[in-house]
Design a protein around this ligand. Structure first.
Ligand code: FAD
Length: 487
């Protein structure tokens, strides 16, 4: 436990759940239980000028995740209280209404969120009430692991080494046996209209996802059984269903803790799991998420601004119709279009393909990375303030420990290498399915007879490339040169 806990028997204590929508291994809930108080679980649909609203796909997830949490809370005799509005005001209103002894919560790391939480803590303390925050979303707080000179890590590999050496997962926090809240008013989740309607593009989400804590635990188990062994080689294969864990939305909403993942995987390693390099590679990816939070915590502006301010004078060429073609999966580069359609249909895209589509947008098309980040924010079920900004800035070259700007992903060879059999492109771009493997990733190179045989008419049934690869690459490098000249 992180705090000295008061004895609150006979009183009510609020646990404000945010991006930690789970009852198991939740330090804030476990600490609240220890006080002996009646625990009231609260979720606030926050309305605040400084907070970035959730995107459409995240709202879809939230809807289902909250319903699942509601049923988990009620199976312990309690009621999940859902309210909407300015978070500080909503929490304080509830505190007064039920005469609560205080509020516990798991920490969050964006600037606006920290300001809101800090202000609330102060208000509660001024009223003589308790306010405690806990680590619920990360393995370690972003300020704990420091370099030898006392700063934060700006390069991933040494950060990963430091985590691997010094992190030890605490024993799991027990789930509460009994929760309170019956009789307290709250909104009906159904009345919040979180499920998208205009348009409702989410019909494909249900096939892939089971939001909620049980879904998260089942997803981890499935990955441990089917995916972990081959993760090191399979993680770059977008065509494989279990090549990666698919845990990202569950982690983004805190339906599972990174510590639960760490414990399960290291326990396998400690029990002689033969493919331990696959297991460590997987944990290192989980730590990429931590690293993103380290960067976000120390650079709160990086969700919108270049981490490397040299990119402030990048000669971007924003173009609405090209952006729209990219969003709709109509760029004429099959691996890119497959990724963008996978995203639209399932709310998720494979990491390798995220890098390829982001590179095409920011390099070939010289579109500011913020435009791509915003589209991902709206359409990803795992949209996460830290990982999304870091992923985009890494690919664009403006981030910490970023891919060098001159590394322009070639969407043709990337497709050929990572979707060798073409299964991924054939699934998401069925209009190309009849092409032979040889031409699948560059249909414009096929002769007329081959195209006709496959039923492909370029410019009609499938677009011509939005930009020639060599030309786009050259343009990107020239843009980069202008930055170098300003040094
Ligand atoms: P696995 O390979 O099974 O990895 C396990 C977990 O590790 C993931 O669930 C995730 O939490 C974490 N992880 C893996 N790779 C990364 C990474 N590169 N950076 C940070 N964490 C990682 N991830 C998000 O969770 N939310 C985002 O909004 C997001 N936006 C991205 C945007 C771009 C342009 C790029 C290149 C990457 C982005 N990522 C984002 C990182 C990564 O693509 C996803 O985390 C990963 O694809 C999720 O699939 P998975 O759960 O099967 O991953």
């Amino acid at each position: 436990m992180e705090a000295i806990l008061p004895d609150l028997k006979g009183k009510k204590l609020i646990v404000w759940l945010r991006r930690d929508l789970r009852l198991r291994d939740n330090a804030a809930i476990a600490a609240a239980v220890e006080t002996g108080a009646e625990i009231i679980c609260l979720y606030v649909l926050e309305e605040h000028a400084k907070l970035r609203g959730l995107g459409g796909a995240s709202l879809w997830w939230l809807d289902k995740s909250l319903k699942s949490l509601r049923s988990d809370v009620s199976s312990r005799g309690g009621k999940l209280i859902c309210r909407k509005g300015d978070p500080g005001a909503v929490v304080m209103d509830l505190v007064k209404e039920i005469d609560a002894a205080g509020v516990y919560w798991g920490r969050r790391y964006g600037r606006a969120e920290r300001d809101i939480d800090g202000h609330l803590k102060e208000t509660l303390a001024n009223d003589g009430l308790c306010a405690e925050s806990f680590t619920t979303a990360l393995l370690t707080e972003p300020w704990t692991i420091k370099t030898s000179s006392g700063g934060y890590y700006k390069v991933f590999t040494p950060y990963w080494r430091a985590v691997k050496t010094c992190y030890e997962a605490p024993a799991p926090f027990p789930a509460p046996e009994k929760l309170g809240g019956q009789g307290i008013d709250g909104d009906r989740i159904e009345d919040w209209g979180l499920h998208p309607t205009d348009p409702d593009w989410s019909s494909g989400f249900d096939d892939k996802w089971t939001p909620g804590e049980d879904g998260a635990v089942a997803r981890l188990q499935r990955f441990l059984d089917n995916g972990l062994r081959e993760y090191k080689s399979a993680r770059n294969r977008p065509d494989l269903e279990d090549g990666t864990s698919g845990l990202s939305p569950h982690l983004a909403f805190g339906e599972i803790s990174p510590a639960q993942i760490w414990r399960s995987v290291t326990s396998k390693i400690n029990h002689g799991f033969k493919q331990d390099d696959s297991a460590w590679t997987f944990l290192s990816e989980v730590v990429w998420r931590e690293f993103s939070y380290v960067l976000l915590y120390h650079n709160p502006e990086m969700t919108r601004k270049n981490y490397n301010d040299r990119f402030d004078s990048m000669p971007w060429r924003p173009n609405a119709s090209r952006l729209e073609r990219w969003q709709k999966g109509q760029t004429g580069y099959p691996i890119v279009d497959a990724g963008m359609r996978q995203l639209w249909t399932t709310g998720w895209m494979h990491n390798r393909v995220r890098m390829i589509v982001a590179s095409l947008l920011t390099k070939h098309l010289l579109t500011p990375w913020q435009d791509g980040e915003a589209w991902f924010w709206d359409t990803l079920v795992d949209a996460d303030p830290a990982s999304n900004a870091c992923g985009w800035q890494w690919t664009a070259g403006s981030g910490a420990d970023a891919s060098p700007y001159f590394r322009v992903f070639n969407p043709i060879t990337q497709g050929q290498k990572f979707d060798e059999t073409g299964e991924y492109v054939r699934k998401w771009c069925p209009e190309l399915a009849g092409l032979p493997d040889k031409h699948l990733h560059a249909p414009w190179e096929a002769d007329q007879e081959t195209l006709e045989k496959a039923g492909v008419t370029l410019g009609e049934t499938y677009p011509k490339p939005i930009i020639d690869h060599s030309e786009g690459r050259q343009r990107a490098l020239e843009a980069w040169d202008t930055l170098k000249k300003q040094e």
